[in-house]
Each structure stands twice: as structure tokens, then as C-alpha cells.
Design a protein around this ligand. Sequence first.
Ligand code: GLU
Length: 214
Amino acid sequence: IKVGVKEDQPGLGYLDPVTGDRTGFDVDIARWMAASLGVDPEKIEFQAIASANREQAIVNGDIDYYVGTYSITDKRKEQISFAGPYFVTGQGLMVASGNDKITGKDSLTAEDIVCSATGSTSIQRIKDETPAQTKEYDTYSNCVEELVNGTVDAVTTDDVILAGFAAQPQFSGKVKLVGNPFSQENLGVGVQKDNEQLCNQVTDALKQMIDSGA
Ligand code: GLU
């Protein structure tokens, strides 16, 4: 079975460059789904797919399903289907520890450069709802690097992703999350639009996982 994931989001979808282990909540969900479909989780062929390329990968059939901080939205539902949500989070902001100017979304000005991933709900919301400048990358880890180097003023995405980066030892004391979450992101499992059977199977598996307390 082919499963699309992220591999640079610690605690969610992460590939350890040294051990080659995949870890994180999304990876666990992906493995649980495979098991409930009767597939040995060891046999999953993982494929890293960036935020901007998810719909296309699903439409093309490059992957069977996608688990990677993927917000259920009406626009995406025109192209694909979602099972879930299995997790509810909100958009947040991360800044350098020494930054006392940016305290939340409403404090952003036209002087601030905010970094996020191309094709994400996060970058769109900053463009729509704030005067800040934006910088885009394929992945959030690129944005975090820029933040630590001082070339952007903030990184924005689901606060659970930001929290995963902030908890990494190499960023300890360097970054902080500020303000309250300013959206609701319902994270779901992406599947092909016409594959009702798979969508129902994944939905049932998610329900069972939640109801059983697993
Ligand atoms: N959950 C948001 C989205 O699906 C941001 C995180 C991401 O890009 O994976 O656009």
C-alpha cells in the first residue's frame, strides 16, 4: 500500500535521517489505517509529499491515501475526499525567542516577513487576513531554518506542527509560540474522490480507533 506523508514534522510525520525510522502521530495513524485494511504496516511504501502537491498525488493515484496534517476544506473536496477529522488544531505563530514585537496574528505589520508552506491553508490565511509579507517553501522545516537564521520574522502553520519543532533540542531557547490559535484546522485522511469504499473503510477505522480509546 502506498501512503503519502510528511517527513520533516517532528512528532507528527518525521523520518529520522540517522536511524531511518518514521515516527509521529500521523505516521501512527497511517500504520493503524493500513492494519485495519488488512495490510502489514511493515509493508507500507511511504512517500513524502509536500503540502502543495497532495491533491495531485491523490488524483493521479500515486498514493492510496495521505496522512500529513491535511486540513479538510471545501476547495480540496472538489478534487479529493477526506475521512475524518482525526485531529483538530488551529493556526499559530512561531517567532524567535527575543522577538517581543510579534505577539499574535493581529500584531503583524507590513514590515514582518511570515514564512509558511506553498499550498497550505496557513499561507493563504496570512495573505487574506494580515498586511504581512510572506515567504513560501515546500516544507515547514525550511521556514524554521530561516527563522533561526533571522531571515524571516515568523513561521505560521498548525500550532501542533510548530510545537513539534519548538520541542526539538536544537531549537531550545531559540524559538517560541505566541498568541492564540486563529483558525480551526480539521485534519483528515485524504483519499481519491471516487473511491467511496476506501473512504468508508478509513472512516470506520478512525471511528473504531477513537471509540475503543486506542
Ligand atoms: N493543515 C494545514 C493545511 O493542510 C497546514 C499544514 C500543512 O500544510 O500540512 O494546509
